[in-house]
Design a protein around this ligand. Structure first.
Ligand code: PNS
Length: 170
């Protein structure tokens, strides 16, 4: 009797961003994306021309800590260059982006359409952020943290700890 071994096709999406730092909004998007896809690759843009609060390596380490329990389905790595090329390298054709409000639309539409022009087979899917997270942005988090404000409602624990370490100059 011949037996065919069926290998299940894995659905994989890429969630790209600066993640400087990761916020509760980003975490929510990943959790939602996991309801739709088998695997999520979080791609942290390594942009040497634009210095952030955290280095790309630090951001990757923080995000890995956050999704430690999900490491069978969530991979975290940095990338440089074109997003569509990174998506292809990850054997995916889906980009996930979170939308908070209509004000995100122009920026996101420009990016999605540019990526489509570069590679017509890479599709961008938008997930709506949970309402409680709709005001959160990495920029706001950095501003609040810089002046010693409380960020515990905006970021997950690994980010809060990393922000405290930064504030102490470690
Ligand atoms: O979190 P961000 O800063 O809004 O993420 C932006 C990101 C990293 C998704 C975007 O800048 C990007 O994809 N950069 C890689 C360069 C690229 O492919 N550019 C063409 C599309 S605009």
């Amino acid at each position: 009797m011949s037996r065919t071994v069926k290998t299940k096709k894995v659905s994989r999406a890429v969630f790209p961003g600066s993640f400087d730092p990761l916020t509760n909004g980003h975490v929510d998007v990943v959790e939602r994306a996991l309801l739709v896809f088998d695997e999520i690759v979080i791609g942290v843009l390594n942009n040497p021309g634009k210095e952030g609060l955290f280095t790309a390596e630090e951001r990757v380490a923080i995000i890995k800590e956050q999704f430690h329990k999900r490491r069978d389905r969530v991979t975290v790595m940095s990338f440089s260059g074109l997003l569509v090329e990174f998506v292809r390298k990850q054997k995916s054709n889906v980009v996930i982006r979170g939308l908070r409000a209509i004000s995100d639309y122009d920026y996101e539409a420009q990016m999605a359409l540019t990526n489509r022009k570069l590679d017509d087979e890479v599709e961008t899917l938008f997930l709506m952020a949970r309402e409680v997270n709709s005001y959160i942005s990495s920029t706001v988090v950095k501003q609040v943290a810089r002046f010693g404000g409380k960020v515990s409602a905006m970021v997950p624990k690994p980010v809060e700890r990393a922000l405290l370490r930064k504030a102490k100059g470690k």
